[in-house]
Ligand binder design. Structure first.
Ligand SMILES: [Zn+2]
Length: 310
């Protein structure tokens, strides 16, 4: 027969005083069960969805490493994002912050340091050959590096390096996981490049400059953008100019992004007589380690359909 712990027996037999003691016990248990880190646990916080997906693939099922996502998956790019008190708490509890860098996260620096002066910040885009940006971006660099699978491989390697420095005991596991993921990303990049060799029309219009690195890989020419400054709707004059460019350059399609309203893309598409299609810069989830590959293969099918192949 199992013996009931003495303290619980005492609580059951006593009156309201004992009930209060019971609540205190429950509260203590809740505190013990709350996500306070175990000693020696490495707590990694990723700034937005693609960084989270890359990190999850490098960490795999390595014990003692937790990976958390800061921005909700549906938010899209963190342009102009301001940290919430909830974000500050997550930063305060983390050892390592995985960012894209190149100016994507404007809150890097003082706001993050204020929340946690000891956090290590990893700018994963480091080493990617930059594309200049006319508007915004850090020092005039387009920050949307992750949308190219070739860049993604470099960003994954930077994550592996940072994780291994933070937790040398797990370096072997991180290396194996990063090798496997990088190999899958290389296959994905190869599929995109092979298909792009057969595209009939290479002129496209995008919603904002999020696909520039992918366009460089696939030798696509972006003849216009709906939002030249991310987050800022175009003026009537800019819309007319864009429609003219679409007609003159015979653009194949206008690509909108699922995390932003497609109304404007539809209006411009019907005005200029070209189709509008969704391309996803891996900004909408689901929050699953395979999402980058799934979404990029869907993008490939959309590009093949919209651009035509020879
Ligand atoms: Zn963006």
């Amino acid at each position: 027969m199992r013996r009931r712990p003495a303290l619980l027996t005492w609580i059951r037999r006593s009156g309201s005083v004992a009930r209060n003691a019971g609540y205190a016990l429950l509260l203590a248990a809740a505190l013990l069960l709350s996500p306070a880190p175990a000693a020696g646990e490495l707590r990694v916080l990723a700034s937005f969805l693609p960084m989270y997906l890359f990190t999850r693939n490098v960490v795999g099922d390595t014990p003692g490493v937790s990976v958390d996502l800061m921005l909700p998956a549906s938010l899209g790019c963190p342009h102009d994002y301001a940290l919430t008190p909830g974000d500050m708490r997550k930063i305060a509890a983390a050892d390592l912050f995985i960012a894209n860098g190149y100016g994507m996260e404007e809150f890097l620096g003082a706001p993050v340091r204020k929340a946690n002066p000891r956090i290590r910040i990893v700018e994963t885009a480091e080493g990617v050959t930059p594309i200049r940006a006319e508007e915004g971006g850090h020092g005039g660099i387009n920050p949307h590096t992750w949308v190219s699978p070739r860049n993604a491989i470099r960003q994954v390697r930077n994550i592996e390096k940072a994780l291994s420095a933070a937790s040398p005991a797990n370096a072997g596991a991180f290396r194996r996981n990063a090798d496997a993921y990088a190999a899958r990303l290389a296959i994905l990049a190869g599929e995109l490049e092979a298909a792009s060799g057969r595209f009939r029309n290479r002129n496209i219009v995008t919603f904002h400059n999020v696909f520039d690195y992918l366009a460089r890989d696939l030798r696509l020419s972006i003849v216009g953008e709906i939002e030249e400054t991310p987050g800022q709707e175009p003026s009537a004059g800019e819309v007319r100019k864009l429609i003219r460019a679409i007609r003159e350059k015979k653009a194949a399609a206008i690509f909108w992004e699922p995390q932003y309203p497609k109304r404007l893309a539809d209006v411009i598409a019907s005005e200029s007589g070209v189709p509008s299609r969704a391309l996803d810069p891996v900004s909408t989830g689901p929050v699953d380690p395979s999402t980058y590959e799934t979404v990029m293969r869907r993008n490939l099918r959309t590009l093949v359909e919209a651009l035509g192949t020879r």
